[in-house]
Design a protein around this ligand. Structure first.
Ligand code: SF4
Ligand code: MG
Length: 325
């Protein structure tokens, strides 16, 4: 398997008036061709910052200050603005949590998707673009696709709007789709349908997918590989089965314990939550950033940052517990 995307030691910082916030701090991450990769963690852990860094959509006062982002053999961080413009939406595209904010309320949805296609394929006729959009609407499960081409965003349900966004993201057949909390705004039934759709589409158009979520249920549903992030860093990486069966990092274990489960009687089971709070990233804790919340913290954890330990070929963790000293 060849990697499609390889992020190496990415550092993205925010230069605020109060100081420097390390949004993504030495993040390394690989997405192989044909895989669905989950990036999971609480809000503010750096998952969206990592995604926006790939797209080079980090805005002031943020800045990518180090690392490499290799996509299909090219370093995106060395690409020009013009090159990024042709990559975004065409080779890499992104969908967000709330489709309403990304759709233009005064244009019919079909026209908006057709425009995305035409921007990157100027040789296409309007008629051909319309046909391609209607085909894509059918592919993403929008019923009555021909009529739906003409409707406005507010005339659609939240689930259908997200399908429109997926159609827009996929209309140029990107090699990589980044989905940032794609189902967070949807109810559980619709969420399950959208996740199934992403899984089907991955196979159908052979797009690799990066799913950003705070919800391990979403990861369990669709992902092949998982990266767990905490306070700007990747703390654990594994294939999905190993992560759920043999989690190593105390933070991952906490996330798993706090995951609502349909097979356990909610009445009898008190929902666990990880004690303490996400750290203030202006002054992140010394040593292991998770140590103030970790019930297994040792002296060294408070002073020295843990190094990455390889458990096996598919499984790495940054935690002193697994370091032989
Ligand atoms: Fe806990 Fe120490 Fe491991 Fe950090 S390095 S997760 S504080 S045991
Ligand atoms: Mg986010």
């Amino acid at each position: 398997i060849q990697p499609l995307l390889e992020i190496k030691h990415l550092k993205t910082q925010f230069f605020t008036s109060k100081g420097i916030v390390p949004g993504a701090d030495d993040v390394s991450l690989t997405i192989d061709k044909g895989k669905i990769v989950g990036v999971v963690g609480e809000s503010g852990c750096g998952k969206s910052v990592t995604a926006l860094s790939i797209m080079q959509l980090i805005s002031e006062p943020g800045k990518i200050v180090g690392g490499e982002i290799l996509f299909d053999g090219r370093d995106l961080l060395k690409s020009s603005k013009q090159q990024m413009y042709t990559i975004r939406g065409n080779e890499i595209s992104m969908i967000f949590q709330e489709p309403m904010t990304s759709l233009n309320p005064v244009y019919p949805v079909g026209k908006q998707v057709a425009e995305t296609l035409l921007i990157h394929n100027s040789h296409l006729s309007k008629e051909a673009a319309k046909k391609a959009v209607i085909n894509m609407f059918e592919l993403v499960g929008i019923p009555d696709a021909k009529r739906r081409f003409q409707v406005y965003p507010h005339q659609l349900s939240g689930g259908l709007r997200q399908r429109i966004m997926i159609a827009m993201a996929l209309i140029c057949k990107p090699k990589l789709l980044i989905a940032d909390e794609p189902t967070t705004a949807l109810d559980v039934t619709i969420e399950a349908q959208i996740l199934q759709l992403l899984k089907d589409l991955q196979e159908e158009i052979d797009t690799s997918i990066m799913i950003i979520t705070h919800n391990l249920g979403v990861v369990a549903e669709v992902c092949d590989d998982v990266y767990v992030m905490y306070a700007g860093k990747v703390v654990e990486h594994s294939d999905v089965f190993e992560l759920f069966d043999h989690p190593k990092h105390p933070y991952t274990k906490g996330l798993l314990k706090s995951m609502p489960r349909s097979d356990v009687d909610e009445q009898r089971r008190k929902l666990y939550s990880i004690k303490g709070m996400v750290p203030n990233m202006l002054r992140p804790p010394q040593g292991c950033r998770f140590h103030p919340r970790c019930s297994e913290a040792m002296d060294i954890c408070k002073k020295t940052e843990p190094t990455v330990v390889t458990i096996n070929e598919q499984h790495c963790v940054s935690c002193w517990k697994y370091n032989e000293r």
